[in-house]
Structure formats: C-alpha cells, structure tokens
Design a protein. Sequence first.
Length: 410
Amino acid sequence: MPAISATATAVTPPPAFAARAASVGGSAVREILALTERPGVISFAGGLPAPELFDTAGLRAAYDAAFTASARRALQYSTTEGLPELRAAVADRTAARGLPTAPDDVLITTGSQQGLTLLTGALVEPGDVVLVENPTYLAALQCFGLAGARVVPVPCDGEGILPDALAEIVARERPKLLYTVPNFQNPTGRTLPGSRRAAVAEIAARLGLWLVEDDPYGDLRYEGAHIPWLAAHPGAEDRTALLGSFSKVMAPGLRLGWLRAPAALRRAAVVAKQAADLHTSTVDQLAAAHYLAGADLAAHLATVRAAYRARRDALLAGLAEALPAGSTWNRPEGGMFVWARLPEGHDAARLLTAAIARDVAFVPGAPFYTGTPDPRTLRLSFTTHTPAEIAQGLARLAGAAVAAAPRERP
C-alpha cells in the first residue's frame, strides 16, 4: 500500500468561534480562587458556603431515602419542569415567605445560574438592552454578554437602585429587562429597601419592563426584618421572574435551583431547558425533596446563620486595622459579603498582589462593574473561615496594605 504524503492535501482550519465567545472573558473570581487553592491561604475571595456546616448526615439520609423509595425512579429520566414533590416543597416555602405560589408556578433548574441563562435565552435578542445594578453579579454579566445584550448600568447608592434614575433610563433606553439582587447583593452586600422595591415594581408596570429578581441569599438574614420580594409588590405580578437556590441552604454541589415566573415566560424557559439538558438530575431532586420533607431545615439554617453572623462580626471588627486609614465599608444585614473602598491613591488590584504574596486573598471590585470601574473597591467574603482564622487573615492583609501603599514622590 503506497504511503500517503502529509502534503498531498491542503489543510483548511475550521471556522472561527462565534463572536460572543471571544468577546466575553472568564470569571476573575474563579481565576483568583485557583490562585488561592494552595494550603495555608486564608481566602476572603470566594462566595462559598462553609463546608463544615453542611448537613452531611441529613443529606446522606435523604439520598438513602430516595433510593429506598424507588431506585428505578431515582435513576430514570424525569420531566423538564421538575419532580412534583420538589416543586410543591418550593411553592410551600415561597408562600410561607409571603408570595402565594403553586407548584405549577415553579421550574426546577440545574442551579439558579441555569435559571438566569434560560430567562436570558427566552427574553434577550442580540442588541437588546439589559439593565443591571452597578456593580453586579459577575456571572450575570457573562450571561448577558454571551447573549449579545447591550448591558446598561443603573445608578445605585449604598442601598441599591435609585428609582428616579431607573425611570429615566427605562424611558430613554427601552430595555428588555432589569436584573437585580435585592437581598444582600453580590458583590456589595447591600439590601434594597421595601419602598424602593415598590417603586421599581411601579416603574416596570408603567413603562413596560421584565424584572429578573435573583435571591440566592435571602435565607441568610442575620438581623433586621424580612423585606417582601419584588415579585410580591403591586405591578410586578405579571412581569417578575424570581430565581432561588438550594446552594446556600443545602449544598452547592447539588446544583439545584428554581425559577418562579408568569406562565408564558415559564413555558418559554421550559422549552429552553429542554434544549439545554432535558431535565435536572432526578436523584438530586428526589434527595432534596426527601430532605425538605424530613429534615429540620429551620434548625439547620439557624445554626448556619449564627456561625455566619459571628464571622461577619469578626471581619467587621478587624477591618479598621487591616485596611489603610480612610477606607470605608458597609455592614450587611445578611448574605456573604462586605464591600469596601480604599482611600484616594490606593488600588485594590495592587493590594491583591501584595496580599497573595502573604497568603491572604480577596476579590477586587473592578470586574463587577459595567462601564468604568472603581479600582479602589474590593469584596470580602466572611463565610468560609472561623473568627480566629479571619483575625489571622486580616493581620496578613494589614501587612499587604503597608506593602501596597502608594509611595510619596520625593
């Protein structure tokens, strides 16, 4: 058999990637987390639940119950909308927090991030305007960027969206949707007051706007009173998609979330999900349903809240010594994050370089912004370390702050 010449046939490269794949960058948070995986690093970077607080025994029992009840069902395909018993459990929990919800109002998703992706696919055409808080959740910016949206920031203050500014932007830009994290926002930790939620709902109804309300942290309130969801306010009923997650109340490795939306939008999300993954893992859904039915979730959440409250307080107590004089920060009522701002002349990226060299890490605020970022901002997560470890990490951060301080010109 004659040899085949390597040069006999011209080689043509495959077609180029879609433009959106080249235009959307990776997650700066994920890249920083990769740098902090080495032993001994104290990381305030990732918004991760504390693994020692997972209800491991309860979840193991829930999986055992799922297989005992029907292994064949647990291992089989299931409906796109989600298992009836899990949808019912989500509806009951949502109604208990003041938003009447039926099981048929709920779609189970593979993490709440998938819910956001499904909604974006159902609502956003390339070139459509999407409004976001500034700064906002980084993965949401990636999601909208991949859809080809034009992302426009809404002015915010320490309490979140400014309704008058929102009304002006909606009238000018005619956006498709507003994405918001009203409770203990990622990255800032701030909470939108009830009066502003009512104003946002009224603006959406009057000017014609979809609302995407992302609430992964709502169960992690440490002080203050519960504030009703945007979806519960007059004017928002027929235009709000509410996203929830089991990552903070059970474990993120389950990759379980849910979506509550008006019927037509929910049906569109179901079709998008069928194209994405057919359905969320049956066995994980069954285990979650057994857990919600049999475990004392209220007691588990009380334990988690108490631990996180102590960790938040430890971080807040040490920031004055750890950050340069003149820095400012907020006091979140819940969630996982404290948002800080360095004084004039300082730079959070330069501080991070010095911090990593001292085995401590955080996330600079710049990647969370749409448009011009504030290079002096940073996000600190307090959930994954004990108060003693937090104190040690802050001592390291203090040393980094000295090393990264701007030098006076001679």
